[in-house]
Design a protein around this ligand. Structure first.
Ligand code: BG6
Length: 455
């Protein structure tokens, strides 16, 4: 049983849902210019939410959403990442926020979801400390314009995946040290923004939004147990220890030292990191990971968000035979969701909101209907375990599955869908972009009305 004001919601991100990639003064982001996997759509039109936002919010209202988590495209607000504000960008999000509030839906804003302005990327992106200042400036612009209407701000979506799975998410290749130097700069930017937000006395709350997947050992061999603890440290806890405690996780730091990948601290960095604190923890959960020990002379392996990693001398991903998989090869672990919730709460004792969880599948339309029972099964199993975690004492105040409406997947295009609402287009055929309610739409509507599975 969840509390009465529980935020039953759903999520999207700007570049995956909006389209209108070059309209109304928007600048290019790294997602607009990245090399796409073969046979996969670009993000130019996406679900065309930019032009359909009123229709979409009306559908979200019908669905019964109490919250909608979306991201703001940095390049709509500041086309070059810094400099003059684009009034049309401010207007679009102001209108969207007002539309949501009028529909009784709490807007939850992610400030940055994988779409760094291309102009900043040209100048070195997060390797350049100027990007820290640009991010802080951008966030302060958002706070000034929307701070009176937004109660929940999320700083950076899945920073851990931008660092560890950068080829899948950003189509980037860098050395480990370069990745963790960029990571360090993002951590500083985030800390400064959280400090500014608190210092200026805005009424809402702010927190990070990493992808957290509890890591299991492949066996009870102590070397596998240690491997799992280390992957937990560098994949998960690094990204929560910092905004909660203001310091690097010691095991993650030790690994970076062993790998010659420690970031260089500039004067004042430690103080900024210590000064920025989050009010709550938002996290995305798709499944747990399982690892075993990995020899020091093995090769480095980089997977996607949910698996396939290997760091020589530390750990290697291992298929967990206890778990079924989605048709796109991600393991399904609802009990692991409960474990993950408890682990986060035990470590940090802060209120939590789930900002992504869901099933990517190849939906089929039959006479305008989409019978996505597989998605209903996945979501209900996860909600059940979340409700148990809450009953067992964990403080979860919201659940926003991925995704409110079909969006373009990070690296699998339009064929891998997550939404409650179907968008009628394919990777290369835009069709009519009509919206259809899937079976999961009606199912989630009932869950929200009832206040959960157990009510
Ligand atoms: C998360 C991201 O990694 O998972 C989303 O925050 C993404 O942007 C989602 O779409 C699902 O991943 P994918 O690769 O299946 O789209």
């Amino acid at each position: 049983m969840v509390q009465k004001d529980f935020l039953w919601g759903a999520s999207t991100s700007a570049y995956q849902v909006e389209g209108a990639w070059n309209e109304d003064g928007k600048g290019l982001s790294v997602q607009d210019i990245k090399k796409l996997p073969e046979n996969t759509s670009d993000f130019k039109v996406a679900a065309d939410h930019y032009h359909h936002y009123q229709e979409d919010v009306a559908l979200f209202k019908e669905l019964g959403l109490k919250a909608y988590r979306f991201s703001i495209a940095w390049t709509r607000i500041l086309p070059d990442g810094t400099g003059a504000v684009n009034p049309k960008g401010i207007q679009f999000y102001s209108d969207l926020i007002d539309e949501l509030l009028a529909a009784g839906i709490e807007p939850i804003v992610t400030v940055y979801h994988f779409d760094l302005p291309a102009k900043l990327a040209e100048q070195g992106g997060w390797s350049n400390r100027a990007t820290i200042d640009a991010f802080v400036h951008y966030c302060n612009v958002l706070f000034e314009h929307f701070g009176d209407r937004i109660n929940y701000w999320l700083t950076i979506n899945e920073q851990n995946m931008m660092v560890l799975a950068s080829s899948a998410v950003l189509a980037g290749t860098k050395t480990l040290q370069e990745n963790f130097q960029e990571n360090h700069h993002m951590l500083i930017a985030q800390a400064q923004v959280m400090k500014d937000y608190h210092d200026k006395g805005y009424p809402g709350k702010i927190g990070p939004a990493p992808n957290i997947a509890y890591i299991n050992p492949a066996s009870s061999d102590p070397e596998d147990v240690l491997a799992a603890q280390r992957f937990n440290a560098i994949r998960n806890w690094l990204y929560l220890d910092m905004p909660v405690f203001g310091r690097y996780n010691h095991q993650a730091w030790d690994m970076l030292k062993a790998l010659d990948a420690t970031p260089i601290f500039a004067e004042g960095d430690a103080e900024i990191l210590a000064a920025g604190r989050c009010d709550f923890i938002a996290f995305n959960y798709y499944n747990t990971n399982t690892v075993k020990a990995y020899p020091a002379d093995a090769e480095m392996l980089e997977g996607d968000q949910q698996g396939g990693f290997g760091i020589p001398g530390f750990f290697q991903s291992h298929r967990n035979d206890h778990l079924p998989m989605t048709e796109f090869g991600w393991e399904i672990d609802p009990v692991g969701f409960r474990t993950t919730i408890h682990e986060i709460y035990s470590r940090y004792h802060l209120p939590m909101i789930v900002t992504e969880n869901g099933l990517g599948g190849r939906d089929i339309v039959e006479d305008g209907a989409i019978h996505d029972q597989y998605r209903i099964d996945y979501l209900s199993a996860h909600i059940r375990e979340m409700e148990k975690a809450i009953a067992e004492g964990a403080d979860v105040f919201g659940y926003c599955p991925w995704s409110a409406i079909d969006v373009i997947s990070t690296h699998e295009g339009m064929r891998k869908r997550y939404g409650f609402i179907y968008v009628n287009r394919a990777d290369f055929d835009l069709k009519d972009l009509a919206r259809y309610k899937k079976d999961s739409f009606y199912w989630y509507q009932t869950i929200i009305q009832q206040g959960g599975l157990d009510s």
